[in-house]
Design a protein. Structure first.
Lengths: 91, 459
């Protein structure tokens, strides 16, 4: 993908993010943060490629570290968000 | 099985759409759980499809990483107490930054080339490393492993400036003269130091801003890593997260009436004249007892509870809910007033009270609740201080003048549950404590609330 299309995606996604996030009520700001931690674990897809590449020890080690850290964010982030959101009830 | 790059990119698009729908779900408590599941599904799709990529030749390292990371993540998510949620978010921000750095480094050592890929690598390393070490310091402060106040030395800002300019110079050098690994590691070290030094001087009550900002950085680092790899999923998701963190940062700054630079460089506005606490409090502070508070509550029609960080410290959320139930059982109305910066991260108090099974529609934000204080019989302030300080509204010489506060002093009676008259983070005396309609109930927050509840039930 060329740089300009990448930049286009980046800029449009920021505007979309701003539109979306301003609608999240303050009461859900903590789950919002843990939820965004979880989705920023999307670095996992890059990490998987690096770790499985077989391009030498250093790359594998870096890939392994990236997989571990990104997986902590994905699993930890989604689970703790789910745990918190399940508590928000209306009586 | 191997699939073409097109299918992989389409799967990433599906994942990105699910993330957007997931965040959209978070705009209402009712749809939030489903939103989170949608986002998790998107992540699952992206990960599984990536595993089918033709460049993956071995799975041992991947499986080991997934198992270890998954186990750590699950344990953290299950074990963490709601009061410690800011620490967990700080850690996750840091890990997010760390993952982006490791990823950018892996790309670099696989021979990334070209101006754009190398600049993006440099930026991913710089922002990701600052996020990693900065978040670890924030974690240390929140967990009280480090001094919660401001830690610094003379000339710190100048050192930070040098580290920042040095990092940028290293990136430029990397782009112009690629292939020098020492420059790469130099960048990592400079950025690591910069992250440490940026967060060390920031004190406790400014933590909500720092956590929100590091949240944003972790997203921007992921996005930069996406530019390195030419991966649309990373670019889109990273910028969504970056925007989210920035908005939260802005909300937090506004709620403290401070600019971002002002928070980052650890300076409070200068006070006009020094304010003598004794002069304000002398002979005017009325100390109360749980029985007296219970007596006042017996005739109250409307009660508002104002929680602050002290509520989390005392683990008093369940005791507060019990008290609210007892008051409601007598026919009165109870609501909660949540200041945006109450606690140590955005929404901290809401999560604590949700844990104690307080219905979310009783948690009111500042703008909604402020006009109602005049019709409120009793306000119970527990563990909050600066966010109720009327000086912010009335005293033009005060360092906190202009900060939006909860106008609790407009209520008929204010009960402040607090250990002592010690000042809050702003270091200022609070004239609220000396007002005619204020009663101080000194003691441990949780015990005081339990005592009021007992007295109210017996009375």
């Amino acid at each position: 993908m060329d740089f300009v299309s990448q930049l286009t995606l980046f800029v449009l996604a920021i505007f979309l993010g701003v539109e979306l996030i301003t609608k999240v009520p303050p009461t859900l700001h903590t789950p919002l943060m843990s939820g965004t931690n979880a989705i920023s674990g999307i670095t996992l897809v890059g990490a998987l490629l690096a770790a499985g590449h077989g391009a030498g020890l250093l790359i594998n080690v870096l890939g392994f570290i990236a997989v571990v850290l990104a997986t902590i964010n994905v699993i930890g982030g989604f689970m703790v968000t789910n745990r918190m959101l399940a508590m928000f009830k209306r009586k | 099985m191997q699939i073409s790059q097109n299918w992989i990119d389409i799967a990433y698009l599906v994942a990105s759409v699910l993330f957007v729908l997931g965040i959209k779900g978070l705009t209402k408590p009712k749809t939030a759980v489903r939103g989170n599941l949608l986002a998790a599904t998107g992540m699952g799709i992206a990960a599984v499809i990536t595993l089918l990529h033709h460049s993956i030749v071995s799975y041992e390292v991947i499986i080991a990483g997934l198992l270890i990371g998954g186990a750590i993540g699950a344990v953290l998510a299950i074990k963490v107490q709601m009061t410690s949620m800011p620490q967990l978010i700080a850690l996750l921000n840091g890990f997010g930054g760390g993952a982006s750095v490791a990823l950018a480094a892996a790309e670099y050592f696989q021979g990334a080339s070209g101006t754009i890929a190398l600049s993006a690598t440099g930026l991913a390393v710089l922002i990701g490393t600052v996020t990693l070490t900065g978040s670890l310091v924030a974690f240390g402060k929140l967990q009280e492993l480090l001094d919660g106040g401001s830690i610094g030395f003379p000339g710190m800002k100048f050192v930070n400036f040098l580290l920042f300019v040095g990092s940028l110079a290293a990136i430029v050098y990397m782009v112009i003269n690629p292939g020098n690994d020492m420059v790469f590691w130099g960048l990592v070290i400079a950025a690591a130091l910069l992250g440490l030094l940026l967060v060390l001087p920031i004190g406790g009550a400014d933590m909500p801003v720092v956590i929100a900002l590091l949240n944003s950085y972790s997203g921007i680092a992921a996005s930069a890593a996406g530019f390195v790899m030419g991966n649309s999923a990373l670019i889109i998701t990273g910028s969504l997260v970056g925007a989210s963190g920035l908005i939260l940062t802005q909300i937090m700054c506004k709620a403290m009436n401070r600019s971002l630079t002002n928070v980052l460089f650890g300076v409070m506005a200068e006070g006009g004249e020094t304010i003598d606490a004794d002069e304000i409090y002398q002979g005017k502070v009325k100390s109360s007892s749980p029985d007296e508070v219970a007596m006042i509550l017996e005739t109250a029609q409307r009660v508002v509870i104002v929680p602050g960080f002290g509520l989390a410290m005392a683990q008093a959320q369940h005791a507060v809910r019990d008290l609210a139930d007892t008051i409601e059982a007598r026919g009165a109305e109870v609501e909660y007033a949540i200041h945006p910066v109450a606690g140590r991260m955005p929404g901290h108090m809401n999560v604590l009270l949700a844990e104690a099974e307080v219905s979310y529609d009783k948690l009111k934000d500042m703008d909604t609740i402020n006009p109602t204080f005049e019709q409120t019989d009793v306000v119970i302030v527990i563990g909050a201080n600066d966010v109720t300080n009327p000086m912010a509204r009335e005293d033009k010489g005060s360092p906190i003048y202009g900060m939006p506060i909860l106008n609790v002093d407009k209520a008929r009676t204010v009960v402040v549950v607090k250990r002592s008259l010690s000042p809050g983070f702003a270091g200022l005396p609070n004239p609220l404590f000396a007002k005619d309609n204020t009663l101080m109930l000194f003691g441990d927050g949780k015990q005081a609330i339990l005592d009021i509840t007992t007295a109210l039930k017996e009375g």
